[in-house]
Design a protein around this ligand. Structure first.
Ligand SMILES: O=C(O)CCC(=O)C(=O)O
Length: 281
């Protein structure tokens, strides 16, 4: 990673205005190779329990192979999740003195994988206030036709927070892109070269297209929250549930360690219990 890269005030203003920010040249080719190999192995190890073909999977699972908290599985992935330079960027974007990890996740969109339906992240998360940011890291870059992401600029500031059932289990997802509160806002499709990181706020509406290519879209996400955020409801979620965190209590513990500030070599220990093998719960 570029040792000297720090976000400028102008980049922070763009994030605050748009709810997303592209930062180029964050990971070097060598880091992409090393971390990418570590992620591929970690995803393959978890996914080895699943021999279903894409068309045999649920609608949600056809969007991507999702593996949460891979930092718990291997030290090689943990180095990326707890990289202090990414953590510092997250802290600056959130205006926080310190950030913790909510969770990380691989989102490997298989060849032929369907789109990711438009949604906001925060309705899935029992955490408040709304001060979370995702670092979305496409290991092979992100290009139209291959599962690129789009963001609705400024949607995080429109006072809207709607649950979209992207699992398709209980109902068809709410058509948030056409919500009246977002009238006049068009999705901005983002293409980036390998090494770039795209940050988005937890209230920013975003979506991804299908992967029409013959290669897997290898994406890794790290979700950070400002230290001090508390549990806002009892809706189930593995992060607070595993740590026995009650409504109103600060989210902190072995599964939610501080990412930044933290000494680069001081990686947190493996927490007790297990993250889910695949999917979310
Ligand atoms: O990568 C995708 O397809 C979706 C990513 C996403 O929804 C997220 O990072 O919050």
């Amino acid at each position: 990673m570029n040792e000297t890269q720090r976000l400028t005030d102008q980049q922070i203003e763009v994030f605050q205005r748009d709810g997303f920010l592209v930062v180029e040249n964050v990971l070097s080719p060598a880091e992409l190779a090393t971390f990418g190999g570590a992620l591929d192995s970690a995803v393959a190890a978890r996914a080895s329990i699943d021999s279903r073909r894409l068309e045999e999977k649920t609608v949600y699972e056809q969007s991507f192979i999702q593996c949460i908290n891979l930092w718990e599985d291997t030290v090689d992935v943990r180095r990326l999740t707890f990289d202090p330079r990414l953590g510092e960027m997250a802290a600056r974007l959130l205006g926080a003195d310190a950030v913790r990890i909510w969770h990380d996740q691989a989102l490997y969109k298989e060849p032929g994988g369907r789109e990711t339906d438009a949604h906001q992240d925060r309705p899935f998360w029992p955490i408040e206030p709304a001060n979370q940011v995702t670092a979305w890291i496409p290991f092979d870059g992100s290009y139209l036709g291959r599962g690129a992401m789009a963001y609705l600029p400024g949607s995080h500031r429109k006072g809207i927070e709607r649950f979209c059932d992207i699992s398709h289990v209980f109902q068809e997802p709410y058509d948030i892109v056409n919500d009246p509160a977002l009238a006049g806002i068009e999705p901005v499709w983002v293409e980036v070269e390998p090494g770039s990181v795209v940050f988005h706020h937890s209230l920013t509406v975003h979506l991804a297209e299908a992967n029409a290519s013959s290669s897997t879209r290898r994406v890794y996400c790290i979700i950070y929250f400002a230290d001090g955020c508390v549990r806002r409801s009892s809706i189930p979620h593995i992060v607070p549930d595993r740590q026995g965190i009650e409504v109103g209590a600060p989210i902190a513990g072995d599964v939610s360690p501080i990412v930044w500030p933290r000494n680069e070599r001081d990686l947190p220990p493996t927490p007790p219990g297990r993250p889910p093998r695949l999917g979310y719960a």
